[in-house]
Design a protein around this ligand. Structure first.
Ligand code: ZN
Length: 202
């Protein structure tokens, strides 16, 4: 099982981090060990600037390669919200040196995956809306319709390089509003108004 992630998939977020709007999806991966088990995130000691990035997450339901965008919806059967925890200081250092991001984004417990919902209505691929609250205050809101690269295009693009396998997850990028977390914070992610995860920062 693998976790695909898209970077810079919302224009406003790319701008807030002073990144150019990409011409093709920016892809990175997390290993299965990145998935947070339970509801407590323990601050690792290698970062002084841990950020939340709330994202729509999709579950891949069958194996595929070279998938055309118009058939991509057949390869997803679940939707939820999650967090792509990012050690922003480590990432900035890696970016400066032109090095890969894994130690900033793929570390243990860096992927929060909310309760998976069956994806029966494929129009959600283009209109699901989500929100992240930190300590009860909304800090990020997003809608699938705002993605620079819509989900079917991302799936098609990925499948040119990687065999998609049943059970893989796809994090689709974060909208503007990312920010730091501190011990004691509570993060609550919701999809179309339903809370699908609550994560306590310890
Ligand atoms: Zn992200």
């Amino acid at each position: 099982m693998k976790i695909f992630c898209v970077g810079r998939n919302y224009g406003e977020h790319a701008k807030e981090l002073n990144n150019a709007i990409p011409e093709a999806p920016v892809i990175f991966m997390k290993p299965p060990t990145a998935i947070l088990k339970g509801n407590d995130f323990y601050m690792p000691d290698f970062s002084k600037d841990m950020h939340f990035e709330c994202e729509l997450v999709f579950r891949i339901c069958k194996n595929g390669k070279h998938i055309a965008p118009q058939f991509a919806s057949k390869y997803v059967d679940g939707i939820t919200v999650g967090i792509d925890f990012t050690a922003r200081d480590v990432q900035a250092e890696q970016k400066k040196k032109g090095l890969p991001w894994e130690i900033a984004k793929a570390f243990d417990q860096s992927a929060v995956v909310g309760t998976m919902q069956p994806l029966e209505d494929m129009s959600l691929l283009s209109r699901a809306s989500f929100e992240l609250k930190k300590n009860g205050v909304a800090v990020q809101t997003g809608n699938a319709g705002e993605m620079l690269f819509p989900v079917p295009e991302v799936i098609s693009y990925l499948s040119n390089y990687f065999t998609l396998q049943q059970g893989d997850l796809l994090f689709t990028g974060t909208p503007a509003g990312v920010g730091p977390i501190a011990i004691g914070d509570v993060l609550e992610g919701s999809l179309n108004g339903n809370v699908l995860f609550t994560t306590h920062i310890k």
